[in-house]
Each structure stands twice: as C-alpha cells, then as structure tokens.
Design a protein around this ligand. Sequence first.
Ligand code: NA7
Length: 534
Amino acid sequence: MEAREKKIDTLIIGAGFGGLRMLHECRRLNKEVLVLEAGDDIGGTWYWNRYPGARTDTESWAYCFFFSEDLNKNYEFKERFATQEQALDYLHYAADTLDMRKDILLNSRVVEARYDEAGNEWCVRCSDGSQYRCQTLVSASGLLSVAYQPPFDGIDDFSGESYITGRWPKKPIDFRGKRVGVIGTGATAVQLIPILAFSAEELVVFQRTPNYVIPARNYTISEEQNQYLSRNFNKIVSECHQQVFAFPMHDSPLSLSDVDDEERERILEEGWEKGGFRFLFETFNDILINEPGNEYVAEFVRRKIRAIVKDPETAELLCPDYPVLAKRPPLGHFYYEAFNEDNVKLVDVSSTPIEKISERGVVSGDREFELDVIIYATGFDAATGALSEIDITGLGGRKLSEKWASGAKTNLGICVDEFPNFYMISGPQTPFANIPMVIDRTVDWIGKSMEYRDQNGYRCIEAEPEAVAEWDSYLQTLLDATLLRRGKELHSWFLGANIPGKPQSVLYYFGGAPRYFNEIKQHVEDGFPGFSFS
Ligand code: NA7
C-alpha cells in the first residue's frame, strides 16, 4: 500500500517550547502549519523529564512565552522554580488557550527529511510510514532531548531495575526498602538525590566531577506576587532582553576587584541568600571572565559546602577544584544537606572509573556496589543529538551527519548552508541562556526571514558557507574569552565533550544574550547578510 503523503506549507518537528512558539509564529504569517511530535503528548523536555524532583532552574515567571501579555496575565505561577508538572501545565494551558492542538500530530516521530531540489520541497517521513511534503522545515527537536547512557559493559546483565532520568516512566516507582545507585551529579541528579534520600533504604551517589551547587531557595508564589507579575509583564520581558543570560535579573555593575575582601564577602553572602543564578549574576559581573576573582567565589562556595556537610571527607569530595561556571552550575534544593543523611553515601569515581555493570550492581576499580536499582542521570547528547537521530539530506544528496562529521557549524545557530528552507530552534550555536527567551528571539528572526523571502518573491533561503565559517570562528573567540574554555577537560556538554567520540565544536554562543538579540535584529534590518535568497 502506498504511504499517504500530505502537502503542507510549514512543518515543525517537536511540540515543546520551541515547536509551540513556532506554531504561533506560523499563524501570524498565515502559514498552513503542522507540528509532528514523537511523544503521546505535547511538552518536550517537560513531557519526558518526569523524574522525582524535576524542575526548572529559571524563575517560573520568565520560563514562559513572551509573545502575549494576556496569556501570562491569566496564568497563576505556583512556585519560584516550576516543578515538571507545573512547567507542563503551563504548556498545556498555552496550547489550549491558543487552540494549538488541532495543528499538532502526536505519536509522530520524524525519521527522515530529504530536500527535493526540483520541487523545492522537503520530503519528510515518520517512523509509522506517514509522509509529508513542505516548503519550510523547522526543527524544534530540543537541545537536551536525547538522553545519554554511557555504554558500560554489562548494562543488560544487571538483575535489578534500571532507569534513565531523561526517559523516566510515567508510573510512580517505589524506592522504599531498596538500595539505589545514582550515576552522575549534574543538574538532573542534583534535583533527584535529595528526594531519593527520603525513600531509598540506601542511596549510593557515583560522582565523577563535583559541581558548584547553588541553593535555589524555592518558595510558593503568593496571590499578591502573581498580581505583581501580571502588572509587570513588559518590565520582566525587557529585563530578560538586557540580562547576559536572558533572566529577569539585574547584572551587577561591580567587578570582583572593585571592592575589598569584607565587602566582597558581604555581597556574596547576600547573593547566596537570594539563591538561584542571582548568586552569580547580581553579585559581580566578571565571574565568568576573571580567573583569580573567580577563585575567590569558588572558595566561598567550598566554604559553604564544608559548613553544610558534616563528614569532612565527603565535604572535600563535593568541593570542585575548577572555576565556577566552567561547567553549568546546578541549583540545589537541599542537595548538600542530603549527604548528612545516614543512608546516603558518596562514591568518587574520578580516579577509578565505573568499569562495568555486573549482575549485582556497579563495579568501580576493585569495588562492587550491590544495588537493587541503578539510575542513569548521565546527561544528554546536547544540541545535535535530536538532529542526528533524523536522516537529513540537503542539496546534492548532502547528509547533515556528514556535514557535521567534524563538528556542527551554522549561521546564527539557525541555518546551515546546503540545507535550504531548513531552520533550527535550540539547535547548535545559539546562545546558552534562558531557553524560552532564546527561542522567542530565534523564532522572531525565523518568522521575519520567511516574510522577507515570501514578500520579495523568493522561494528559498539558504545560509552562505562563508558566513557559516565566520560564525563558527566568532563563537570560538567568544568562548575563549570566558572560563568556559576549560569545558573540554571537564567533559562539558557545551562543547560536546560529555560524550566520548562526539565531534567537538563550540555548541553554544557565549557572547551574552543581549548581544545575540541585537545581532540578529540587525541582520533583519540589514536584509539578512550571510544568507542567499533565490
Ligand atoms: P549533565 O550535566 O551532563 O550531567 C551528567 C552527569 O553524568 C555528570 O555528573 C557526569 O559526570 C556524569 N557522567 C556521565 N558519564 C559518566 C560516566 N561514564 N561515569 C560517571 N559519571 C558519568 O546532565 P544533566 O542531565 O544532569 O543536566 C543537563 C542539563 O539539563 C543541565 O545543565 C540543565 O541545563 C538541564 P562529569 O561531570 O561528566 O564528570
């Protein structure tokens, strides 16, 4: 039987924050649009990451859509940092309020996208055999959507239960009376560990690299604060446009050397009390670039760790020895405190790596840890993972996987040369910052470029190869100016260094969100230099 083939103007892959924002943009442009979503519900990250303790690390009033004041005015945010259920609830609320579901097809995993030069169309195929043709293809498949599980020997030999945080089952899991091992101490594990400490009989945490965990200081949002947030929606949006990581915060005017030790200590204490990323951005403005000053902040956090964690040996293991922000710092909800519980044990696997998984548990060096449950909180194939799961072919049979064999390269983090009318949201080489805000600005640019293409009688937009090369070296320069350049030795997913063998390139733009927003705005005003229209 011949597979059905539907023609549509614009196809969007993924119904998370990016896909829904793009759907809204297509409606603004009066485009016929369809969103193909692999899951059986919308939500993307917030659909899949339902492990206990999952929450946003961005304050909920800035973890939202920014295109409609009315949409947010009528929504009640529940907590400073939305839980997974709350973040998903917001997306459901937005999709229902804006009647988006009629343009979304669930259970539709895109596996192939091929550009047909003769027809100037993308031919898209899903795993169920359904096929589509579209003029414009937009990937909103997520920056952290393909969970990474290290290929340890013997994974299948384990006789207990195994879970991967990024593909957590819908059914609640009962950890009571069980010996549970968590591999990883990134942002995910940091959220999960304090919750598991309450239920597991024994909790063994396998740590390769410690992180600087900043207290989140979560709280319930009062009715009064919700009213304040409604009244101040535009102010919040404008704050996000101006803050270096697109948060509704005020970057400190002070550098670490502007003040003496006593004042520096006071400011850091104040930031520690505010909690969240305010500790890093509202205290001093050069933590990410000033190495000696950074060491002062690092030692401040280490002193906090030593003060919280009672066992000195455990406290030392939890103290990182690299610069703050060289890896993405997690926000903690009583993370360090969890290590004071008698049932929680920290195991350092930095010098004796996990060698294999046995029938009974985890083997590191000459030690075997017997477990009933192993949880892999081992991160994601970031930025390019979801794109590399789709067989994407551009002009002249060029595969995206071949093109990126030595590292992903793009223009503006949105388009790739030889892949006409193909856009990426949250793809490689966009800013790493408050993700819904970066999505918002990226989609605004995509919408304007589509408008420009259509209104000027063109049928095609394509990135120019010279501009792609320039963007790549520009991003390298921006990275080199920050302490994030240390990421390679720290297995940072910002560089693809968390996955052995992954081609490495600068996967994110670190010039600051406001600079990027201005640059792409300028691109529109200048008529899209670095892109050819035909
Ligand atoms: P991360 O931050 O990539 O953390 C993954 C963790 O898994 C990290 O602690 C890794 O140690 C650890 N890991 C990975 N491979 C191994 C092996 N082979 N052995 C031991 N430990 C290993 O992912 P998350 O899901 O926590 O967070 C991702 C982002 O999601 C986060 O930054 C937020 O933006 C939301 P390592 O540090 O590499 O030594």
